[in-house]
Structures are given as structure tokens and as C-alpha cells.
Design a protein. Sequence first.
Length: 188
Amino acid sequence: MGDKELALALQGGDQGAFDEIVRRYQGRVYAVAYRLTGNREDALDVAQESLVKAYRKIDSWQPTGGFLPWLLRLTSNHSIDYLRKRNRRQHERLDEAFVPETEGAAVEPSMPTTEQEVQAHEIDARVRGALHVLSPTQREVFMLRHYEGLQLSEIAEHLGCTVGSVKVHLFRALKKLRGELEDLYQPN
């Protein structure tokens, strides 16, 4: 059964169709969520919530559009909303951090045991930081192209824009990332 038939069956109330959609796409949904959140636990939450949201909103899917791009767009949008909420909570905690503590000692973070772990951590932090300088759309286009392997036309359908617009977002994302990470490149 193809995606379109599964989605139509789900619209008709077939629970087995939803089970098959979850089986087929939970990995891709998780991958999109992880690429946007950058955190395993957050990505698991977002992926699960996105699949439930797809179940609830299946009536808004139109057979004229592809099902997978619709599902991935729903996941991307949910990931962005999740990050916005998380960032608001972090700002609130940051404000609370300036209130003097009256009890308890600060916990010292554990240090990596080897130089390689330190370097890997630094590089990972730099790459994650660099991704966060991208706009949400640039980050999404970059992730879908380079991590998910989607074609430009699929990304355009996913975002509901033109291929030319996708190319512009991808070009700008790559330019920003090169600028942010150029000191990591060490020619031999």
C-alpha cells in the first residue's frame, strides 16, 4: 500500500493504517526532530507528539500533495514550536539563576578523560552553535538536504515554496556555516 492509500485509509478511520505509517516513518520523523532540536530526548518527545498530531490532523491532508512532505512539515513546525517554548523556559530559568542561592553547592561538571573527547566535544559544540545562527527556514532546508537527503523539489513541496526559494535558503545557510566554521578547517 502506498503513502496516499495509507493516508486515505487513515482518513477513513483505519487504525491499521496509522500503525503502518508509524512503522514506516517513525525513523524519518525522529531524524527531522533530532536535526532541529539537537537533543535525543527532545527529539523523541517531538517525534511522538508529531505522529499523534498527524493522526489528529489527518483530515487536513489533501491527496493532491504528498503525504511524507506533509508529515515532515508537520514535524518541522512542531519542532520549531517546541524549541520556542523550551527557549522561553530557559530564559525564565536564567532569570532565576541571578537570585542568590541560600543552600546547596554547585555541582562540578564531569571532565572528559581524553584529548580526543575534548576535541570532539568542542567541534560538536561549534557545529551545533553554527546551526543555531541559521534562521529556522535555513536550518530546516540544510537539514532536509544534507541529513535527510531530500531533493530540492521535495524540500520545496515540504515547505510549500518554490525550488528557487529553497536554493536561496540553502545557499545562504551554507555561506553562514562556512563563515562560522572556517577556523575548523585545517588543510593538510
